[in-house]
Ligand binder design. Sequence first.
Ligand SMILES: NC(=O)c1ccc[n+]([C@@H]2O[C@H](COP(=O)([O-])OP(=O)(O)OC[C@H]3O[C@@H](n4cnc5c(N)ncnc54)[C@H](O)[C@@H]3O)[C@@H](O)[C@H]2O)c1
Length: 265
Amino acid sequence: MGKLRGKVALVTGAGTRGGGIGNGKACALVYAREGARVLVADIDEELARSTADLIRSEGGECIPYRADVAQARDCEAMVEACIGHYGRLDVLHNNVGITNSGGPVEYGEDQWDRMMAVNAKSMFLTAKFALPHMERQRAGSIVNIGSINGARAIPFPKFAYAASKGAMIAMSREIAIQYAPLGIRSNVVLVGLIKSPIVEQNNTGLYGGDLGEMWKKRDAMSPTGRQGEVWDVASASLFFASDDSRYVNGTVLPVDGGLINMVKF
Ligand SMILES: NC(=O)c1ccc[n+]([C@@H]2O[C@H](COP(=O)([O-])OP(=O)(O)OC[C@H]3O[C@@H](n4cnc5c(N)ncnc54)[C@H](O)[C@@H]3O)[C@@H](O)[C@H]2O)c1
């Protein structure tokens, strides 16, 4: 325990839509359990507050913050709130991500613009305002929650989602190289099939509403025969956030049970 003692983390999308514990909330919890003071940001103030309550109930230190990370002014104010409250920012964790199905013909222009703003532009904006503080500190780690769909096509088209997650990999690589001499690292967790509340919400219409069947199908898609858990995403994120990965920079780590290596016919 205590891998993040003395550090300050900012987690975006730290709430969980519909209750329960999603990836962002799990990462914020694990960071706090490891000794970090955490600013938990979400577009939904109530959701940010519920994560903060959970962290505090375990004795962790945390502040909830409302921000739409697709907006520059919100990102700037969010980073300033973190610095104003805790005096530093060691870990920027970009969890926010929305998803939608369809190819270029099915996607509306508005849907494309929103997807790119929330999933990709947000990473540019959080980095834009966080990096000057990390540069001053001569230290920092940016943890980006990507998707295997950012690196591989999946059986159902998610054109804009894939593009946004691909952009995340490119941005992370650019930051990693430009800021390496300043002691700042940036890495991507490539998330595979995770059994999380948002997946349940997004897929209620599948398999005639039979959620058990939906989870079974997702389990069967993994070479391990089961989906991952949000805690698997949190463990990988903790590695990138902590000094355990101090010489790991610009990498992409699949957390997918090996799915990305599979060829299916
Ligand atoms: N669960 C999976 O199987 C899976 C697979 C691949 C990738 N991912 C990635 O995991 C991440 C999300 O995981 P989660 O379980 O935390 O999802 P979640 O939807 O439960 O939580 C995300 C939070 O982000 C918030 N949010 C949405 N738009 C925002 C905005 N503009 N500004 C600030 N906050 C905003 C939501 O209110 C929500 O509370 C995404 O990046 C997603 O692409 C998940």
